[in-house]
Each structure stands twice: as C-alpha cells, then as structure tokens.
Design a protein around this ligand. Structure first.
Ligand SMILES: [Zn+2]
Length: 230
C-alpha cells in the first residue's frame, strides 16, 4: 500500500507525459495519450501488401512478397516524432508498445499465422552498446507478443554502416549489401519470415537483410516497418 501512495505522489510531482504531445498522462494511459493514438497517421498497406509503392521500391533489390508499414512517414509529422523518441530518447517501451499496436491491427486483419519468425534489423554491437537497446528489436518484441510468435535475432550486423543521408540510391545499396550475416542458418530453411525495422526510406537496408536470409532458402520473406514514406 505504501508503495502505491509513493507512486501516486511521484506521479503528482512528476507526471508521466505523452511521448508525442507532452501532455500529462492519465493513469490508464501508457506512453501515448488517447488523443495522439487517435491521430496516428495509419496506413492500409496491410490490405494490399503485395502490390504497393513500398514493394515497388525494394522489388529490384531483393525477393520479397509482402511489404507494409504501420505509419505514414512525413518530416515534422507525428511519425517523425515517434521515430526520434524510440531512436534517440531512450524509449524502448514506446517501440514495444507500437509494435504491439501494429501486431494487434495485423492480427485483426488475418495475419496471425502469416509468419513463423519475426526478425529485427540488427544494430552493430558498438551502436547497441551506446544506445542500450535496438529499437527494431523492441518493435519486433511487441509485434511478436501480439501475434504470439517468438522474435528471433537471426541477423548480425558485421560492420558499422556509415550514415546513409548524403548517398545516392546506388551508393546506399553498396553501403549495406555486405554488412549482414545469419546467426543460425538452419533456422531459416523453409520458414515464413518477416523482417522488422523502424523506418524504410530507400529500402536498401531491409533489402540487404532479405538477400542475406534468402541465401538459406526461407519459404518467403516479408517486410514490416513502423513508418515509411513515398
Ligand atoms: Zn499526446
């Protein structure tokens, strides 16, 4: 009981705030307020996963079937704020929550048995140590719990990738095409895999992950990201 009083006192003095709008959260809210949740820029890629502009982006680079994103990315929009929080503001729980929300949506749309394995895009060990967590892994954990599948850290990032920002499409592809390896190749054979990342811009990183896994004969490879833009 004493613990609860203390918690109540703390939340009066330091109320938890919404990760997007910074308004104080009610006790029944977690990470995001109900208003921000209702305004999330949701997409409907999951309704047409094999024929959309995201798939067109990666099709020339890797053999993927379904490609989808939970949120529409726009600079200075809500998804940008969320990405910033999960990447740079020490918010692994927010990444897990969003993964869970996406997983719930996908489950409601018939995706419960679509995948055997959920594989996050890995961070290089150095970056992982600096950040303390991998936001894509946290997203994958949330997705996996909603869809009742075990997440599998099957990929390893061998070399730290340089910043992609000032590179052309071809340069970006060359920058990532040899950086991943598979931890346990035996687990890939004949599996239906979805690779998970926080954001998809050119799709080069995700395509490189897909290619790396493809070498070990999975049944299919799909891509699901938190946010993507045109
Ligand atoms: Zn809010």
């Amino acid at each position: 009981m004493r613990f609860n009083y203390w918690q109540d006192f703390l939340s009066l003095v330091f109320p938890e705030t919404c990760c997007i709008c910074k308004r104080s959260l009610f006790p029944f809210e977690d990470q995001l307020c109900k208003i921000c949740i209702s305004r999330l820029p949701l997409t409907d890629y999951h309704l047409l996963p094999e024929n959309n502009d995201l798939k067109t982006k990666v099709l020339g680079l890797a053999p993927v079937d379904k490609v989808m994103a939970y949120l529409r990315f726009s600079k200075s929009g809500m998804s940008q704020k969320i990405l910033h929080q999960i990447k740079y503001k020490n918010k692994p729980a927010l990444a897990r929550l969003l993964g869970q929300m996406y997983g719930t949506l996908l489950k409601e749309n018939g995706y419960q048995e679509t995948w055997d394995l959920i594989v996050p895009v890995p961070l290089h060990q150095k970056k992982y140590r600096l950040r303390g967590y991998n936001q894509s892994e946290e997203l994958a954990k949330g997705l996996a719990s909603a869809l009742e599948i075990t997440p599998a850290n099957l990929l390893l990032r061998m070399v730290p990738t340089q910043s992609q920002t000032n590179k052309s499409r071809m340069e970006r592809w060359e920058n990532v095409s040899d950086v991943f390896s598979v931890v346990d190749p035996g687990m890939v054979i004949n599996k239906k895999i979805v690779i998970v990342d926080d954001v998809m811009t050119t799709g080069a990183t995700l395509a490189a992950c897909a290619q790396t896994l493809q070498a070990f004969h999975p049944q299919s490879i799909d891509l699901a990201v938190l946010a993507a833009g045109k």
